[in-house]
Design a protein around this ligand. Structure first.
Ligand SMILES: N[C@@H](CCC(=O)N[C@@H](CS)C(=O)NCC(=O)O)C(=O)O
Length: 222
């Protein structure tokens, strides 16, 4: 079968969000490996061809249109397959909360990783870079805590149906400072992400694209 989607991504990165969504939807896709944080000119040229921001994920649709921005990609994929339940519909009472938290994870948490992937972008000395990393780590933890205090999960964040918001939180909470820190500041969502980690539909997928290697959840200082 033709691959309807081409995804620029990398193992253990934000592209895993999109890959997990495509996997749950049963949609064919191919991944072009482009670990965008690497300075390698070949990698930079590869991702630069589809995303001038030189960031992943970047999704090329069957008609050639390019989508970047993880929250937009996930929302669009889920909305395009309403039978999947992966997003609340436009007239669903959970829709405002869905949009609110999708945007929140993107803007208030994931956006920090432009700095974190290369702190020299904003600070010159090692000391200043270390300071920025520590402060952004704290900010990320604070944002998770604020979100956790304002949601009332059932089996999943918005109730008892898995949505792409659950995938979003599950994957982004694995980025540094990693899960143990997340579990400490976001106890309600901790139960949800553990459930998504263990979803049998994704067992083989996680093993290949974001394996639970030794020490995968250990908290890091920065
Ligand atoms: N706003 C983007 C952020 C994407 C992002 O930060 N991707 C990281 C990888 S997880 C990246 O490409 N980092 C490389 C860089 O910024 O140089 C989105 O939501 O998709």
């Amino acid at each position: 079968m033709d691959k309807a989607f081409t995804l620029y991504g990398a193992q253990g990165s934000g592209s895993v969000l999109v890959e997990a969504t495509l996997t749950l939807l049963g949609l064919p896709y191919e991944v072009i490996d482009a670990p965008a944080w690497e300075k390698d000119p070949g990698v930079q040229a590869t991702i630069g061809r589809v995303n001038p921001m030189r960031q992943i994920p970047a999704l090329v649709l069957s008609g050639g249109e390019i989508m970047t921005e993880s929250a937009a990609i996930l929302t669009w994929l889920a909305d395009s397959h309403p039978g999947s339940g992966l997003s609340p519909g436009l007239d669903d009472a959970k829709r405002p909360a869905f949009l609110r938290w999708m945007s929140f994870v993107s803007a208030s948490i994931y956006a920090h990783y432009w700095l974190r992937d290369d702190p020299s972008r904003l600070a010159k000395t090692g000391e200043a870079q270390d300071y920025l990393l520590r402060r952004s780590t704290q900010r990320i933890a604070d944002c998770w805590a604020m979100m956790d205090a304002q949601v009332s999960p059932g089996r999943y964040i918005l109730g008892d149906t898995l949505t792409v918001l659950d995938l979003y939180v599950t994957v982004v909470s694995r980025f540094r400072p990693r899960r143990q820190r997340f579990y400490a500041v976001a106890p309600k969502m901790a139960a949800v992400v553990r459930r998504v980690d263990e979803d049998p539909r994704l067992t083989a997928f996680w093993a290949e694209r974001y394996p639970f290697d030794d020490g995968w959840d250990e908290a890091s200082e920065v």
